[in-house]
Design a protein around this ligand. Structure first.
Ligand SMILES: C[S@@+](CC[C@H](N)C(=O)[O-])C[C@H]1O[C@@H](n2cnc3c(N)ncnc32)[C@H](O)[C@@H]1O
Length: 180
């Protein structure tokens, strides 16, 4: 689990792409929402299937208690967004019956959104992707995440035409997709 504050050059990305809205999946303890406020993002929204987490995090923004894919499908925003996609491995957070790795589906939903070509999309926990070509990959036991099949390229693929990808080995690995 990375923190939003681990992401390199975040203030510059927000300023450079004139981002106004923070959209997060997986609110956790609200630290992402809190940090987005500190960075000047006035409109902030998130979701969490753990109702206790959703309630605690709602101190810092609007938090829905639905699953991340439904949340993104129902999203109506005007203004350029910073997406922080961090809702996975729900069973490790007391969530029963949620999709453990909804990230590929979340990205497919976002790829169809009007205006997405202006938005910055950041995915957490790239270390878990066991693709041999993933330079941030970590394996072996003792992590608070499970190994995931697939590739970083598959995650980036829907945004190839519109975004540049940066993969950082900070914390548990973050993939930043920035408008070209
Ligand atoms: C690592 S924490 C999020 C931390 C937070 N984003 C931050 O930056 O401080 C992951 C959260 O995602 C939630 N979660 C996991 N799977 C989910 C899903 N499929 N839909 C919605 N929330 C989910 C968990 O309940 C947990 O609170």
């Amino acid at each position: 689990m990375s923190r939003l504050s681990d992401v390199p050059n975040l203030a510059e990305l927000i300023k450079g792409h004139r981002l106004e809205v923070f959209v997060e999946t997986g609110a956790g303890d609200g630290e992402g929402l809190r940090y987005a406020k500190e960075l000047g993002l006035a409109e902030r929204m998130s979701c969490d299937l753990n109702v206790g987490n959703a309630m605690a995090a709602s101190k810092w923004g609007a938090v829905s208690t639905c699953d991340s894919v439904t949340f993104l499908k129902n999203l109506r925003v005007t203004g350029r967004c910073l997406y922080w996609l961090d809702a996975h491995f729900g069973s490790k957070f007391g969530v029963v019956g949620g999709d453990e790795w909804p990230l590929p589906e979340e990205l497919r939903v976002l790829a169809g959104k009007p205006g997405i070509e202006h938005d910055v999309i950041i995915c957490d926990d790239m270390h878990c992707i066991q693709d041999i070509l993933n330079p941030t990959r970590e394996d072996g036991p003792g992590h608070d995440w499970d190994p995931v099949e697939g590739t970083i390229f598959e995650l980036y693929d829907p945004f190839r035409e519109t975004h540049v990808a940066h993969l950082y080995g900070v914390s548990t690995g973050v993939l930043v997709m920035e408008p070209k």
